[in-house]
Design a protein around this ligand. Sequence first.
Ligand code: AMP
Length: 555
Amino acid sequence: MEFGEFAETAAEIEALSADTEITERVTRLFERAGSDLPVVARFVQGRVFPAWSSETLDIGPNYCYEAVARAAGTNVSAADVEERLADVGDIGEVAASYEFGGQQGLAAFGSGDGSGSTDLAVAEVAAELDALADAAGSGSRDKKIDILFGLFNRASPEEARYLARIVLSEMRIGVGEGTVRDATGAAFDVPVESVERALQVSNDYGEVARVAREEGETGLDALELEVGRPVQAMLAQAGTVADALDDWEETAIEWKYDGARVQIHYDGDEVSLFSRNMEEVTSALPEIVEHVEEHLDAPAILDGEVVATDDDGDPLPFQEVLRRFRRKHDVARAREEVELDLYAFDCLHANGDDLLRAPLTERHDRLQGVLTKGVSALWTSDDPDEIADIEASALDAGHEGIMLKRPDSAYSPGRRGKNWLKRKPDVETLDLVVTGAEWGEGRRAKFLGTFLLSARADDAGDEFETLGKVATGITDEELADLTELLEPHIRSQDGQEVDIQPEIVFEVGYEEIQESPTYSSGYALRFPRFLEVRDDKTPETADSLERVERLAEEQ
Ligand code: AMP
């Protein structure tokens, strides 16, 4: 395909706004692309390399300004190009504003005829950009600029517009990953689900389009994960324990580590590590490589978190781990300063089996089967108290909190779906008056265990309305203290239940406020948790029912 035809289509697409029309136009482009299909499928998104590849052109924007300036003529400097860019804000527009082609250059393509020739082929652009990426070492800056100059010097204004945008990863014509997926399905008459799955495992839009055309649905379905080629990480949404327990029968719970995501690939011989953005970070993390070599028994792809720790093994802030990820030189010294620990929490592939579609719990079993050390614990529960205890243990150990995951869910690369929830920190807390309690049972029979909470219903602090009971978040020692504090205020007792004179104020966290007939206020706190006794507050200064109503409305 001629690059001119690609540029013309890109311009048409850029002028459209309706998604369906854009997909239609990309579909036609794919149908016409011939052997250039893989490149076209990438260029149209502004990608030069497959999504899985860590390869980059390795140029700064000024390389492009300089090449454009040189192709534009002797009286144009890189500074002029930058100045125009500052005015119009789009490197494509700037590149298209010059007349190229009259310059004799050192590069192979430096022989334009001044007419903005249209014989630049997509394949040539791709080959030149590959050569540009390959140029390394001393003199590489000049070589890279020469190659760019050669390309611009042969480009028409329209070609220059999209060439500049591809080179600087600023394509922005409204074609996203979803468009390419849908257009691939439509162009080659294959189900979009097959395209989607193939993209998830291969992370290569060009290859998927080619396989769709040449081998159809069967070919796409046969594509598999490849050890050594990174997969997009599955992402989490913010959510609550209530969200998880309302939607799922039970939830899986893991600690949420404050570190950096790592994807581990081991082919039985070599280890490669990738960051959340699929950049290769193997050489920056030698202790993780060693850990994997020592404790991973089979070829596998694992997902996990790397956490920096101090000498006592306590987690350090996440900036420390990022510094380790970015480190290129003196890695051995960096390693002495900050140690890294691995917490693997998922298994995408083990021993030849692709596990993306297997349920989370099965993937975790497989993880435990292949990795003998460094596996993050996973619990399942439908009991909010148990979940709160797990969260407390995570916080005690210095971690961030918990993740809630749907136990039967598949691994969805790149998706920020509803199947993984990072538990939101508590919303605004409430200071509520204790107006009742219940004696505990068994080991805790000597202590008041469950506390009835009320909001102030008038200004004077004479009337109170109940809105929940709290029994979570209280340690055994705290129970003893709270009992001692409240016992003198007991007014009456009925079985295990006691009525308490409003005196003591608790600060409580909760996930949401619901309307409910259970309590006299007409509201109920979901998952209330004891935080502390507010010694500084009295019933008159505790939170009012009015504030509860307002918070309920604001949710
Ligand atoms: P956030 O970066 O706040 O969107 O939270 C999501 C990130 O938490 C993930 O990308 C992981 O790097 C990290 N994380 C920590 N612990 C876990 C876990 N148990 N499961 C999944 N992700 C985790």
